[in-house]
Design a protein around this ligand. Structure first.
Ligand SMILES: [Zn+2]
Length: 454
């Protein structure tokens, strides 16, 4: 047995060694050593006390996961197989879960925006803010995110840097600039006329909307985001009204789908939700003023609701200290109680839910609070976990690769000590994070120790 050798040191030594290595019991602390650690063909075995399977909706005891490179090749329970040269990560009695998925983040911005300060942030600066927040989000257990709305394609740059291994972060789908009407929630009305400023995603009328969809795809969008109603952080618009006509929405969705992109829709007012659902959008984000008719329509069209519930609770506590613009405070006083009531109603009615946090309007890294908030509003812990794993994967069109710990999927997983189905708040502090077969955090087996048997 050899203790205290480094991860990299062990691999160098093992390549030279002629002895037969049956198992290495290892734990890695690899926060700064990341993507390059993924060795093609490297075999890792992960063992834990139980495993949450969102597809079956239950826990499995004594799971043993075999990973080769970045893919899961086998899931069983009971005895740990002896595989020549394999590395064993023993998580003891911890609960293993699929890597979490957040379908509504704003990695390239920090909390406290919505006012004039944001106008001073360049697209390159936003991308670097994104690098900081991507790391925080991954270490919070979110191995995949969908970034919905970024000026200057800073989200495209961030996604590409993560994929190239330059920056540590979750796998991403990104929208680029969100589409919206002149003067709407996805425009910016902070500056007076003489500055002639409109946000990059502004498009009015059929042809402009079609062009804008094609343009954001040209520059790297995986998903199309648009604003169907007013919002909270924008100056001069009304969340209770509709933005975009039903015809413009139909064109937008048709063109996006024709080009193979899903559509995420910021919608607060009931009328905007209904028209967006009829236009065929894939998800309603926020859905604050959902009424019985819009809930029924969403069920009929199988439209996902992304409730962004945690900010409702977070703002109640923190908004008074944040020095937010007056219009944000006025709108949130109306929106927060309505949203809580209507989310609970939608959950009771059985609308399909995908987890989205709106992180960026509050600090990144607190994303796990969304599980707790959805349970507060009526989902069961199992449903909340499904919404942040298998459901979110389905909404992203990635059910074949993420959202569950199953053979053939990417090796994205997290672990917590204890049972999150009994205490959902455990998900706010994960102790183990693996993405693509690479360990980014392991506070369970202890840092930088490795053992080997001959
Ligand atoms: Zn948002």
């Amino acid at each position: 047995m050899v203790f205290g050798i480094s991860y990299h040191g062990w691999f160098r030594r093992s390549r030279r060694s002629a002895c037969t290595l049956l198992l290495v019991i290892a734990s890695f602390l690899t926060r700064e050593a990341f993507a390059e650690d993924a060795k093609p063909g490297q075999t890792v075995i992960v063992r834990a006390g139980q495993l949450f399977d969102p597809l079956a909706g239950r826990m499995l005891d004594q799971p043993v996961i075999v990973i080769v490179g970045n893919k899961i090749t086998a899931v069983s329970n009971g005895n740990t197989p002896s595989i020549l040269g394999a590395t064993l990560i023993d998580l003891g009695d911890a609960t293993l879960l699929p890597g979490f998925i957040d379908v509504h983040t704003h990695l390239t911005s920090d909390a406290g925006g919505g006012g004039y300060e944001g106008l001073g942030i360049s697209a390159p600066r936003a991308a670097l803010i994104g690098a900081k927040n991507a790391r925080r989000t991954l270490l919070a257990g979110f191995t995949t995110v969908r970034n919905v709305g970024a000026e200057g394609y800073s989200d495209v740059a961030l996604r590409d840097a993560i994929n190239a291994g330059d920056v540590m972060g979750p796998r991403m789908q990104v929208s680029g600039p969100p589409l919206g009407i002149t003067g709407g929630h996805c425009d910016s009305s902070l500056l007076p006329f003489e500055f002639h400023y409109s946000a990059e995603g502004v498009a009015d009328g059929r042809e402009a909307v079609m062009h804008r969809v094609r343009e954001v795809i040209k520059y790297g969008a995986d998903v199309i985001k648009f604003c169907a109603s007013g919002g909270v952080f924008s100056k001069g618009d009304n969340p209770l009204l509709e933005q975009y006509s039903p015809e413009e929405m139909r064109v937008l969705v048709e063109e996006s789908h024709r080009l193979g992109r899903k559509v995420a829709t910021h919608a607060h007012s009931a009328i905007s939700i209904k028209d967006a659902v009829r236009a065929g959008v894939d998800s309603i984000e926020h859905g604050i003023f959902l009424d019985d008719e819009s809930i029924a329509l969403m069920k009929e069209h199988n439209t996902f609701l992304v409730p962004t519930s945690y900010p409702l609770f977070w703002f109640e506590e923190h908004a008074p200290q944040m020095h937010l613009p007056p219009w944000v405070m006025e709108k949130s006083a109306i929106i927060i109680p309505a949203a809580k009531k209507n989310m609970a109603k939608a959950f009771r009615a059985g609308v399909r839910v995908a987890l989205g946090t709106d992180a960026g309007v509050y600090p990144h890294g607190l994303n796990g609070g969304e599980f707790w908030a959805m349970v507060e509003l009526g989902l069961t812990p199992t449903q909340a976990l499904q919404s942040g794993t298998a459901n979110a994967a389905e909404l992203m069109g990635w059910s074949d690769r993420i959202g569950a710990i199953r053979e053939g999927m990417f090796a994205d997983m997290v672990a917590v000590k204890g049972d999150p189905l009994r205490d959902i708040q455990l998900l706010q502090d994960v102790q183990f994070v693996m993405k693509d077969g690479v360990v980014y955090k392991n506070e369970i087996s202890g840092p930088n120790r490795a053992t080997q048997t001959h």
